[in-house]
Write a new protein. Structure first.
Length: 275
């Protein structure tokens, strides 16, 4: 069965402020180039056997192209498909959330609304299913708050789904999806410098093989790749990453994301796999 994946065209994509260390505003976005790069991502996903679904972009929501962040999507036997809406740190991104919630609700997803108060939760930027869907890794420290993770964990415990909190400490890895990429059921790709000592110790309990990126690789989004049917879709590859992928029987597929990197995002940030 083909993996289904949700993307949003970069029609209104731009860098208008500074939400993370990558966003300087010094490099204007090339709108035509961003469209070409996004289309290359769609093509790479389709070539790896994925079925691409599209949510319509909205004028004035320049970051809506980063489709990983607005909701957390899941499936649980007996519950069915569900989403947990995000509560984003930045007001401009919070405005994206209702459009995504509406898209999922119209397709039969149950909406689990959390009373987050002043806490924050940023979807699949910080919340990642283990490949066998047995538990969820939850990064916090920059966008998602510890309290947000605790409230999310309480809601998931009612569904019988454990949540594993992981503290992030590198501002360049402000979301978990920039420093943790699950290659298969046994192997994970991480940047160790992104985590607290406790988080690193926690991660070691869940994986047979932990492959490590260097800082310069992580900060070029090589850990923000997409694993799809034997491919590792990545914006760059180094000899060390190539060797890791060979060990895990993955073929690198290069898709440029230079325009999106100006906003602090790359390939994984631009999609949500649908349960």
């Amino acid at each position: 069965m083909a993996k289904r994946v949700l993307l949003c065209p970069p029609t209104y994509f731009d860098v208008v402020d500074q939400k993370n260390p990558y966003m300087s505003g010094d490099s204007p976005v090339d709108r035509a180039k961003s469209r070409t790069q996004w289309q290359a991502l769609c093509a790479a996903l389709q070539e790896s056997g994925c079925e691409v679904e599209i949510i319509d972009p909205v004028p004035g929501l320049e970051d809506m192209v980063f489709a990983a962040n607005q909701v957390f999507a899941g499936y649980k036997e007996g519950v069915g498909k569900f989403i947990v809406p995000s509560r984003m740190v930045h007001a401009s991104r919070e405005r994206e959330v209702p459009f995504y919630v509406d898209w999922f609700r119209k397709r039969g997803y149950q909406v689990i609304d959390l009373e987050l108060g002043d806490d924050r939760l940023e979807g699949h930027g910080d919340l990642l299913w283990h490949p066998d869907w047995s538990h969820i890794y939850a990064g916090y420290g920059f966008r998602t708050t510890r309290g947000g993770v605790e409230k999310f964990a309480t809601a998931m415990s009612k569904l019988g789904i454990p949540v594993i909190p992981l503290q992030l400490v590198d501002p360049f890895c402000y979301h978990l999806d920039t420093c943790l990429c699950q290659l298969n059921h046994e192997a994970v790709l991480i940047y160790p410098g992104a985590y607290s000592a406790d988080a690193l110790a926690t991660l070691s309990k869940f994986w047979k093989r932990i492959h490590k990126l260097r800082a310069e690789e992580a900060h070029r989004f090589m850990g923000n790749g997409i694993v799809a049917n034997g491919s590792y879709i990545t914006p760059y590859v180094t000899p060390s990453l190539q060797a890791i992928l060979e060990q895990e029987a993955l073929t690198p597929v290069i898709v440029e994301t230079t325009e999106f990197e100006k906003a602090g995002g790359s390939l994984f940030c631009m999609k949500t796999f649908l349960p």
